[in-house]
Write a protein that binds this ligand. Structure first.
Ligand SMILES: NC(=O)c1ccc[n+]([C@@H]2O[C@H](COP(=O)([O-])OP(=O)(O)OC[C@H]3O[C@@H](n4cnc5c(N)ncnc54)[C@H](O)[C@@H]3O)[C@@H](O)[C@H]2O)c1
Length: 321
């Protein structure tokens, strides 16, 4: 069994990944700039090692990889959309230099695998909306600081694979939802409509309740990361794959939530600003999962009904922030 470094391991997807790796009997070292595991990951305390560091700091990355004799780096540490927009130099350092540090540490220290979390946002969003169906070879036209850095990291990883033999593999996720996802104004509604009612609290959405969103449930995102890592090299036709779950709009999600929580208090207060419209449109596309299925067996296990039911159960178990 391998020794895994999960960068960004105190974040939403990182904690789900750490949990699943532990379930599989693997060792986990979390690399994160946060000092403490969030409440949503209290179950990981004492089961994972923690390296408190900054991914954009070369010394920290090399030290962590050497100290723990790492076999595989799951690289999830990142600044996401709004934070990257608000501080572009920091987004460059954390997302691009941070990924360079991971790739270079893997090259020099002989780390076996580097698995990277990229994003569907690389297909465009605000200025260049992606088509309704996105294939692996659809032209990527990033138009935000976040998505530009993610695309750059994909190309760097491919280069490190081609020229230096680093086993770089990556996934582009659509909107990931699940217990523990922070409920932010522009991107939080798709988790908020489940998290808050499951906690017995009211929730008001601000997104367009009728626009379809491409979803992936956190457990499917983790299944895909581990499946890609374990796939035989001979099966892989490319280094970066698109994966998603299903499409649904908020009205449809709320209907399912109310089947499980009939007294859920959910109010729609649609923000019709151009900014909200742009962010809503940015997530309104379906990925074709065919290549991911053929190459490493990925298919979503959680469609709308299964996702809502499992999500509510996880929130009630306490796996939420
Ligand atoms: N959540 C989604 O919908 C989604 C969709 C597509 C891609 N992704 C990608 O998946 C990955 C995980 O996403 P998430 O939703 O869990 O994000 P998150 O913000 O919850 O977690 C990111 C983690 O990275 C850490 N981090 C940030 N800067 C760091 C630094 N300089 N050094 C060390 N750690 C640092 C943060 O402390 C945080 O714990 C990211 O790379 C993200 O771009 C997420």
């Amino acid at each position: 069994m391998g020794r895994n470094l999960v960068t960004g391991g105190m974040g939403f997807l990182g904690t789900w990944l750490a949990r699943e790796l532990l379930n599989n009997g693997e060792e986990v070292v979390i690399f994160d700039m946060k000092r403490e595991l969030p409440d949503s990951a209290a179950d990981l305390k004492g089961k994972v090692e923690i390296y408190n560091g900054d991914i954009s700091n070369w010394v920290h990355v090399v030290e962590a990889v050497k100290k723990y004799n790492i076999d595989c780096i799951y690289h999830l540490a990142s600044m996401i959309t709004i934070a990257s927009r608000d501080d572009p130099p920091a987004a460059f350092r954390v997302n691009i230099v941070g990924t360079m540090n991971v790739l270079e540490a893997a090259r020099i220290l002989g780390v076996r695998d580097v698995i990277f979390a990229s994003s569907g946002a690389t297909y465009g969003s605000v200025i260049n909306p992606p088509p309704k169906m996105v294939y692996n070879d659809t032209l990527q036209r990033p138009d935000t600081m976040y998505s530009t850095t993610k695309l750059c990291c994909e190309r760097l990883g491919e280069q490190y694979h081609r020229q230096y033999g680093v086993n770089f593999r990556a996934l582009r996720f659509s909107m990931a939802v699940g217990a523990g996802r922070p409920i932010t104004y522009f991107f939080g509604d798709w988790s908020g409509v489940i998290t808050m009612p499951a906690q017995g609290k009211p929730y008001t959405t601000h997104s367009n309740p009728l626009i379809s969103c491409g979803y992936i449930y956190a457990k499917d995102a983790i299944q895909a990361l581990i499946g890609l890592k374990n796939a035989p090299e001979s099966k892989l036709r490319q280094r970066v794959y698109n994966v998603d779950g299903f499409m649904a709009n908020l009205t449809e999600v709320v209907e399912v939530v109310k089947k499980h929580i009939p007294d859920a208090q959910i109010t729609f207060d649609w923000d019709k600003s151009e900014e909200m419209k742009a962010f809503n449109n940015a997530n309104s596309f379906k990925f074709d999962n065919t290549v991911a299925f053929e190459d490493f067996g990925y298919q979503p296990r959680y469609l709308l009904n299964e996702m809502v039911e499992d999500f509510i159960n996880e929130v009630r178990k306490g796996n939420t922030s």
